[in-house]
Design a protein around this ligand. Sequence first.
Ligand code: S3P
Length: 182
Amino acid sequence: MRKNKRNIVLIGMMGCGKSTIGIALSYKLHMPFVDLDNWLEHRTGRAIKDIFAEDGEAGFRELEHQIVEEVSAWKGFIISTGGGVVLREDNMELLSKNALVIFINRPVEDIVKRVNTQKRPLLAGPDGKQRLFRLKEERYPLYRQYADMEVVNRGSFHEGVQNVYRAVRRNLYAGRKRQHNA
Ligand code: S3P
């Protein structure tokens, strides 16, 4: 896998486990890890919630796109994305050029039990959790459209990591795409 330096891109809803699974996977696969939101904060020197507050969602999406342009040129990385990265087709064209794209599917019913809505600008406010269900309707078709594979993450953290790890190994070593692991 290191030979062709393909990236692994994790997509999915806020709170589905992209970053925690991505970090664990980076140890198991000996691949460096980057979280697009963290990298965006690092590059701009601004917190995501401040960008939303000052520039609105449109401003955030533009910065997010610039970060996608930068990071998608890297090779051999595990890339955790923000939940809305799929809203722009050009983001996904860039990210999937040299990558295995994995949709981490954690049921929204499970996400709402734990997600910190205050930390996520799109969910802030009293109806934050209902908003998550609306976002699901809008985004699940996009996650499925862009993913090479889908892994359900409804158990423990450890199970989530193992499921993704197995799926990656099967896919990368067999050289196959478009598998589903439910
Ligand atoms: C967003 C998800 C967030 C972050 C921003 C917008 C979204 O990332 O990019 O708040 O539109 O779903 P996480 O998916 O890592 O929470």
